[in-house]
Structures are given as structure tokens and as C-alpha cells.
Design a protein around this ligand. Structure first.
Ligand SMILES: [Zn+2]
Length: 424
């Protein structure tokens, strides 16, 4: 394919095409081989005994077995990556990372679900959140040179409500953000950092700046006193409220471009961010910005290759939510019998405790007795004739009508109403 087809932006590093991806990762074995190459660039080395030979298991390509007859231990190439403990096939993970890394705006879990062909939305959502966690390398280096720092706020939405930006509604509000960007030559920007803070006050702003900028850099900020006197950093404050001051988006052009891009991205791709997961979405935005010109390496980062991540579970991301607990309690109450529930409710009111707690205090229900033919659980139809043994479960027909009765009934049914004779 001719290089002229690609826009200048991708002259040097364009995202891999779908064909290239399919050729590189045709199946789980190819994905496992890629992980093994990244883990052992010079060939397999057993992490338990240091033996230099081993082989891949054919049925589970992510497992390697040590060839030493004394060791024989198995090593997983997905441990320490984002895929640790997964049941989703490796190739789906790779495909998800490919789609996440190559879409310039990112992709929502709902869209990814259809593309990956995974039935459960929960599974895909968790997969995407894990990819977002891997986006931030814990060992990344702080920003250097000329750095613009400013605060902003972004509206968030709750569950399925539309985004309103906190106009008199208690459930919808705004999150305060702080951001920093490297100023490069001309109008270009370097790497960025974004973080959610509780308030734009001194005790929240200063830790962010100290953590994310290197000593010796020059900070460009507004007149906020929180930035004054930070150690080892040159400070250039601009008073935006002065009479002849330029507007903020001109003075702090770069950081304001970051904020406005972030807001448009949040609205366009996700229709607004949820407050609970704002940090993960910020991770994704920062990742996209900083890696916007290197696609293959960003796929490795997404999968957590070479990051030595701890194993992340659903509970780590979602937390033990109150709603989950409530639903669980409802289920328990549904399973309890009426009498037992009433007893528990009385106990709960008396002792000022929850019904669930009271249920635990009640003595266990007596075990159901074994089935006995002579004493059936359900009442039996029909009364046994005098002196006859009761046979449970046997259905007795009502006495059969006589022929005359049958005819009478038939006639009564068929006779037209008009010809009926009045009784007087
Ligand atoms: Zn070994």
C-alpha cells in the first residue's frame, strides 16, 4: 500500500491495520508467544530454578513447564500482566487492547462487547476498566522543562441520568481537576498529567505539583497562592484578574486545550463521566494524549506487559457496594418462610437490630421430616370408605351420574330458553 494514502500525522508511526493485527496474532498461541518473547527476550529461563530450557503446554499455551527433571514447575506468562486470572481468551484481550489503542477517541465497553462477541457486558466492562488501570505506568517520569499548571472542573453524571452539570440537582455535580502540560517549541504540547482533587486548595494542589513535575522545571500558573514557594521550581505567576490581562485560554493556551479536549471527549465518547470512575477515565485520557504517536508499544502497555501489576479483581474496581448488599439481603428475605420472618421482625424491633441479624439469632428451623406414605405432606383427595386402608395420592373420581341423569343434564343444556315453562 502506498504511504501517500496515510495522513501526515501517521507518516512515521501509523496504527497497525486490521490485516497486520490478524497476521501478527492469529490465535491464542501467537498471543502467548508474544507474551513469552516479552518476558524472556533471550529465551525461556525458569523463575524457580533458573534452568534455561522449557516448553509451552499445547493445551494451555500461556503455561510453560521447566525442563529440569528436579523442578518441572509451571510458569504462567500472564502472571503480573493485566490478564492474570482471566477466563477470557488471550486473543480477545489482545483484540480489545488493539481496538483501545488504535481508536483515536477510545471505545466504550458497550461497543467493545459487540466487537469482541462476548455475551456478558459485565465481563467486558471489567476488561476495559483493567485496561484503563494498566494505562498508568507506576514508574513514569515527572514532567520537565516549561510546565503549565491549572485547575478546572468537569460535570459528571449519575447512573442513567443525563448530564446537567449540577444545576440545582443534588445528585449531579462537578469534579475539580488539576492538570499540568509540558510546553514545547512553537504551539505544541508535550506530555500531560491530570488528577481529580477534592478542592482547589493549597493542601490538594501542592502534592500534585510536587509529584508530577521534576525539580528544576519552570511552572506557569495563575495567581493562586497555593503555587507560591514550591521548592526547586521556578514560578511564573500570571495575574488573570489584572485590568489589561489576556483571557485565560490565551495565557494558558496549552492546558486549556487539554481541558477542553477532555470535556469534549468525555461527552462524545461516554456521554459524560460517572463520578465513581472519573480517575480511570482520566487515566485513559492522559494515556491517549501521551501515547498519541506510538501505537504498537501502547498495546503492550495496555496489556500490562512488563509492568508487574498485582492481580486486580472485580472487587478492587467496583468495591463492596451498598446496592449489592441491599439486593443480597432482599434475596435472603425472599427465601425465609412467613412465620420465621415475623419472628425475626419482632426480634429486630425489640433489640433495635436489622432483620438479617435477627434471623441469625433465631434457632435453626427443624429439619423437614422424611416422607411417610401414611402421613403425606399434602391432603389427599377423596375420603376412604369405612374400614379401607388409606392410599395416599390416589385420585378418586366423583360418583358417575346414571344414564337418566346424563340425559336430563343433556336436555337441560340443549333446551332453548324461550320454550322453558314457567313454574307457575
Ligand atoms: Zn525450574
Amino acid at each position: 500500500m502506498s504511504e501517500a494514502l496515510f495522513p501526515t500525522r501517521w507518516k512515521h508511526d501509523r496504527p497497525p491495520s486490521i490485516e497486520e493485527f490478524v497476521a501478527a496474532f492469529p490465535d491464542d498461541h501467537a498471543c502467548a508467544a508474544h507474551l513469552a518473547r516479552r518476558r524472556w527476550p533471550r529465551g525461556f529461563v525458569c523463575p524457580h530454578c533458573g534452568h534455561p530450557k522449557g516448553w509451552k503446554l499445547e493445551t494451555r499455551p500461556w503455561l510453560w513447564q521447566c525442563a529440569s527433571s528436579k523442578c518441572r514447575k509451571q510458569t504462567s506468562v500472564i502472571s503480573g500482566t493485566i490478564m492474570h486470572g482471566t477466563r477470557v481468551p488471550l486473543r480477545k484481550w489482545f483484540l480489545a487492547a488493539y481496538l483501545m489503542a488504535t481508536h483515536s477517541n477510545g471505545i466504550s465497553a458497550l461497543q467493545l462487547q459487540a466487537k469482541l462477541g462476548i455475551r456478558s457486558y459485565q465481563t467486558v466492562w471489567l476488561l476495559v476498566q483493567k485496561l484503563r488501570i494498566a494505562m498508568i505506568d507506576p514508574d513514569r517520569s515527572p514532567l520537565t522543562g516549561l510546565v503549565e499548571v491549572d485547575e478546572s472542573s468537569i460535570p459528571y453524571r449519575t447512573n442513567n441520568e443525563p448530564l446537567t452539570g449540577g444545576q440545582g440537582k443534588s445528585t449531579v455535580g462537578k469534579t475539580v481537576l488539576i492538570g499540568a502540560v509540558e510546553k514545547r517549541d512553537g504551539r505544541t504540547s508535550g506530555r500531560i498529567r491530570l488528577e481529580r482533587i477534592d478542592e482547589d486548595t493549597r493542601e490538594h494542589i501542592r502534592p500534585f505539583v510536587l509529584e508530577n513535575t521534576a525539580p528544576g522545571c519552570t511552572l506557569f500558573t495563575d495567581g493562586n497562592k497555593a503555587y507560591v514557594g514550591l521548592p526547586d521550581r521556578k514560578h511564573v505567576p500570571r495575574n488573570l484578574s489584572a485590568k489589561n490581562a489576556l483571557p485565560a485560554h490565551v495565557t494558558f493556551e496549552r492546558i486549556h486545550r487539554v481541558f477542553s479536549n477532555l470535556k469534549r471527549w468525555a461527552l462524545g465518547v461516554f456521554h459524560g463521566l460517572r463520578e465513581k470512575h472519573v480517575d480511570l477515565y482520566l487515566n485513559e485520557f492522559v494515556f491517549r494524549w501521551n501515547r498519541r504517536r506510538s501505537y504498537w508499544s501502547s498495546m503492550d502497555t495496555l496489556l500490562g506487559i512488563g509492568q508487574r501489576l498485582p492481580r486486580i479483581t472485580r472487587r478492587d474496581i467496583v468495591g463492596d457496594t451498598l446496592q449489592w448488599k441491599k439486593d443480597h439481603e432482599k434475596q435472603i428475605l425472599k427465601m425465609v418462610g412467613k412465620e420465621r420472618l415475623l419472628k425475626a421482625q419482632i426480634l429486630a424491633v425489640e433489640g433495635k437490630r436489622s432483620v438479617i441479624e435477627a434471623l441469625h439469632m433465631l434457632p435453626p428451623e427443624p429439619k423437614e421430616r422424611k416422607y411417610d406414605r401414611e402421613r403425606p405432606f399434602r391432603p389427599v383427595l377423596g375420603r376412604p370408605p369405612e374400614g379401607e386402608r388409606l392410599i395416599p395420592g390416589r385420585y378418586r373420581h366423583p360418583p358417575r351420574p346414571s344414564k337418566a341423569e346424563m340425559e336430563l343434564g343433556w336436555l337441560r343444556h340443549m333446551r332453548p330458553a324461550a320454550t322453558q315453562v314457567a313454574p307457575f
